[in-house]
Design a protein around this ligand. Structure first.
Ligand code: UDP
Length: 234
């Protein structure tokens, strides 16, 4: 079993198929899974996306300055982080949101040593506001934070059950990779994570697992070492 994991949840995941906003029922289900992983003794840090509210590169931002749009995207991740913190606290667990953009009334600022301390003290940590910089993604933030906190693995929970040779929703002949290297993801131009995130993970030898969060209990299974989704090896 993994001792310390970084779980990346996309904003879309929190919308649970509704496309926008937060599904009030689903967020409690995710919180319960996180609590189960925590109860099993695993230290867990989370990076949340923001695509369920706003994306810097989305159609709705087409006439906007990219930096302004990315600021909006990063603030969306803070909304998700607070919602998830609330759901986790409802289960009686201790949870801290740490934001890469300072907003003291809402969240702690991200300080790496403090994040490590929270984890050692068995608190769940949610990293909000991505990397704090425009032109990046929350996948890159997840890769960066996973390395900073020395996580054993990056777990990317998505709506698809792994990495496919093509989009399985569009191409019925698409095949799933049980295992693949970061280099092959780059070479084959597979759109599982952005290339910055992939390069960072590759250069720093951090494995990741891409799996579906649609199946209840999957987060617990993957942390327990069950073979799920696709394993990406450095
Ligand atoms: N974002 C950013 N810098 C970061 C992380 C995120 O500017 O370090 C912005 C960017 O506009 C992005 C949005 O926040 O589109 C939401 O993040 P993302 O698209 O990664 O969320 P997800 O797809 O995981 O829901």
């Amino acid at each position: 079993m993994y001792k310390r994991v970084l779980l990346k949840l996309s904003g879309e995941a929190l919308a649970a198929g509704k496309g926008f906003g937060i599904d009030a029922v689903f967020i409690h289900k995710i919180a319960a899974e996180i609590a189960a992983v925590h109860a099993a003794g695993c230290e867990i840090a989370i990076v949340v996306g923001g695509g369920n509210f706003f994306r810097g590169v989305a159609q709705q931002a087409i006439d906007m300055d990219r930096v302004a749009a990315d600021h909006m995207g990063m603030l969306s991740t803070v909304i998700n982080a607070i919602a998830l913190q609330d759901a986790i606290e409802k289960l009686g667990l201790f949870c801290r949101v740490m934001s890469a953009i300072e907003m003291h009334q809402v969240a702690e600022p991200y300080i790496r040593r403090r994040a490590m301390r929270h984890l050692e003290k068995r608190r769940i940590v949610i990293f909000a506001a991505g990397t704090g910089n425009p032109y990046f993604s929350t996948d890159t933030a997840a890769s960066l934070r996973a390395m900073e906190i020395k996580a054993d693995v990056l777990l990317k929970a998505t709506s698809v059950d792994g990495i496919y040779s093509a989009d399985p929703k569009l191409d019925p002949t698409a095949t799933k990779y049980e295992e693949i290297s970061y280099m092959d993801i780059l070479k084959l131009n597979l759109r599982v994570m952005d290339q910055t995130a992939v390069s960072l993970l590759k250069d720093n030898n951090l494995p990741s697992i891409v799996f579906s969060m649609k199946v209840p209990g999957n987060i617990v299974r993957v942390v327990n070492g069950e073979k799920l989704g696709s394993l990406i090896i450095p």
